[in-house]
Ligand binder design. Structure first.
Ligand code: IPM
Ligand code: MG
Length: 354
């Protein structure tokens, strides 16, 4: 298979972890006789520096022309405490999501064997944690009308039926192929938008008799994620609740540096590690590349390269078993970001017959 991939390394540790994901994809291409073409483009703070725009038109075009996007990270501390900054790196990612119609952000969160000591939760609470969060990504308060005067500001939250239905279908289908449980997280006791989500999702549930739907207020969900994380199967929620809860869910397994995500929708899908730009570690070759590598595995899976995706996941598993890992996972015996990537690449080259 030939795949045209847009590579957007972005900011902070983005470039170094993405380089390892590309090396792994190259090993897969070599062993399974595929050709992957890569076109690199700037996004985020680096694009502001180079082009004065966090999403230059060339970058968007590269993405539109690609079969899939491998994304690193976005964000730079020099913008974080400057509310008056005229452009911000994050705007690049938000515009990219909107321009490509990437309405569903999918984040699988599962406990990794042997890593439960890294979790802030007691080991018995981690038993059986295996959930997928479906976060709506192109609507709600992120994209509603905004405004400000000197001492007033507002951000509107709007959703319509179509926006809710299209992601709800994906979440129901996912639940049907898993443990058959879908939890809609909202704030229907307060918000009109949440009441619309409840109505629409409950109506759709008739089409998925094999899925049990339940509803949970977001404040309660924030608690339940800590108290009984294993009780969740598929979680469906709107943009901002999903932003917050998916970060919360990602740390309960103690493996933030290992969690991938996919953003899918109308045009080219985007695959990105969820850990963000981690500026303190940038350029030091210490960041964990596993989330980026596992994001590449999600990309392969969605390209129907199932065996290839499994081979990448197996190589990741083997690296952990061999204790080849960065400091966040293995403070006793530390490997560098590039060493972990190299080990996984070599493992694939050695274990898959040419
Ligand atoms: C995420 C990030 C982004 C978001 C930021 C960088 C705009 O936190 O992907 O979760 O809030 O969606
Ligand atoms: Mg976030």
């Amino acid at each position: 298979m030939k795949l045209q991939l847009a590579v957007l390394p972005g900011d902070g540790i983005g470039p170094e972890v993405t380089a390892q994901a590309v090396a792994v994809l190259d090993a897969v291409a070599a062993r399974f006789e595929h050709t992957f073409y890569y076109t690199y483009a700037d996004v985020g703070a680096v694009a502001i520096d180079n082009h004065g725009d966090p999403l230059p038109p060339e970058t968007l075009q590269v993405c539109l022309d690609a079969d899939a996007i491998l994304f690193g990270a976005i964000g730079h501390p020099r913008f974080d405490n400057d509310p008056s900054a005229p452009v911000r790196p994050e705007q690049g990612l938000l515009r990219l999501r909107k321009s490509l119609g990437l309405f569903a952000n999918i984040r699988p969160v599962a406990a990794f064997p042997g890593l439960d000591h890294l979790s802030p939760l007691r080991p018995e609470r981690l038993q059986g944690v295996d959930m997928v969060i479906f976060r709506e990504l192109t609507g709600g308060i992120y994209f509603g009308e905004k405004g400000k005067t000197d001492d007033t500001a507002f951000d509107n939250c709007t959703y319509n039926r179509t926006e809710i239905e299209r992601i709800a279908h994906l979440a129901f289908a996912s639940a049907a192929g898993r443990r058959g449980k879908l939890t809609l997280v909202d704030k229907a006791n307060v918000l009109e938008t949440s009441r619309l989500w409840r109505k629409v999702v409950t109506e759709l549930s008739a089409q998925y008799p094999e899925v049990t739907l339940d509803w949970m207020y977001v404040d309660n969900a924030a608690m339940q994620l800590i108290q009984q994380p294993a009780s969740f199967d598929v979680v469906l929620t709107e943009n901002m609740f999903g932003d917050i809860l998916s970060d919360e869910a990602s740390v309960i397994t103690g493996s933030l540096g290992m969690l991938p995500s996919a953003s899918i929708g109308e045009k080219t899908a985007l695959y990105e590690p969820i850990h963000g730009s981690y500026p303190q570690a940038a350029g030091k070759d210490i960041a964990n590349p596993l989330a980026a590598i596992l994001s590449a595995a999600m990309l392969l899976e969605d390209a129907r390269l199932t065996e290839e995706a499994a081979c990448v996941r197996e190589a990741v598993r083997a690296s952990l078993e061999a204790s080849v890992a960065t400091a966040d996972l293995h403070p006793e015996k530390v490997s560098r970001c590039s060493e972990v990537g190299h080990w996984i690449t070599s493992h694939i080259l050695q274990h898959v017959p040419a």
